[in-house]
Write a protein that binds this ligand. Structure first.
Ligand code: PGA
Length: 251
């Protein structure tokens, strides 16, 4: 059965000290709580090892927000999937729209990143989602389908079974405009139907598909109650423990 997941994406926020304080506070807030979802925090690279050491990783998973598309070597400034793994992190967010848009991540690059993440035992949280003009032209389904077909649908069934998908419409990220519950459910059901057509019903039922984009304590209960919404990828609201915990408690 697929897992419910609430994953935080800190983006480029928090010094090492601030990040450690945030992770420790979250760890304390969740200690003793019985959770109905897996909690993950996506920190900047520099926080990973310290955060892993400071929290109960049986309760809170740790994710990088990116990894290199190369294995190792002369790639100044890059951080490889095996380096991420060596910190004790278990997940990596890949293909976030901010990386596609500002850092030129193409499907070809993402194929290599996903493959390296899997080869190093990391769980990719693979992001997809359309911009506003595509939604306004009602072409979002074809757009997301293409993003999946060009990347994760190249995986074997065994490998696909190890990934998490996050649908994040770009127009909803950091804007305060959430997709309506119907829009989110409709897209996630569509994504699941594509997975079923490609890999079969069992794998489709086993795949956790998250919604992201201005998800908050107020809208999370209704979103998470939808049959195909298995959790959220949370940006802004993951930076405050009270807000993030309220989203976790929506399950
Ligand atoms: P947001 O970001 O929750 O701040 O909209 C979500 C994301 O980009 O992962």
């Amino acid at each position: 059965m697929r897992k419910n997941i609430v994953a935080g994406n800190w983006k480029m926020n928090k010094s090492l000290q601030e990040g450690l304080a945030l992770a420790t506070e979250l760890n304390e807030a969740l200690a003793g709580a019985s959770l109905n979802c897996k909690v993950v925090i996506g920190t900047p690279f520099i926080h990973l090892a310290s955060v892993v050491a400071a929290i109960d990783t049986r309760k809170i998973g740790v994710a990088a927000q990116n990894c290199a598309n190369k294995e190792s070597g002369a790639y100044t400034g890059e951080v490889s999937a095996s380096m991420v793994k060596s910190t004790g992190a278990g997940y990596v967010i890949l293909g976030h729209s901010e990386r596609r848009e500002y850092y030129g991540e193409t499907s070809a690059i993402l194929n290599d990143k996903v493959a390296l993440a899997l080869a190093n035992g990391l769980t990719p949280i693979y992001c997809c989602g359309e911009a506003l003009d595509i939604r306004n032209a009602d072409k979002q389904n074809a757009y997301v389908q293409r993003q999946l077909e060009e990347t994760v649908f190249n995986l074997s069934a065994d490998d696909f079974n190890k990934i998490v998908i996050a649908y994040e419409p770009i127009w909803a990220i950091g804007t305060g405009v959430t997709a309506s519950t119907e829009q989110a459910q409709e897209m996630l059901a569509f994504i699941r139907s594509l997975i079923a057509a490609k890999y079969g019903q069992e794998i489709a039922e086993n795949t956790s598909i998250l919604y992201g984009g201005s998800c908050n304590a107020k809208n999370a209960p209704e979103l998470f109650a939808q049959p195909d919404i298995d959790g959220g990828l949370i940006g802004g609201a993951s930076l405050k423990v009270a807000d993030f915990k309220a989203i976790i408690d929506a399950f």
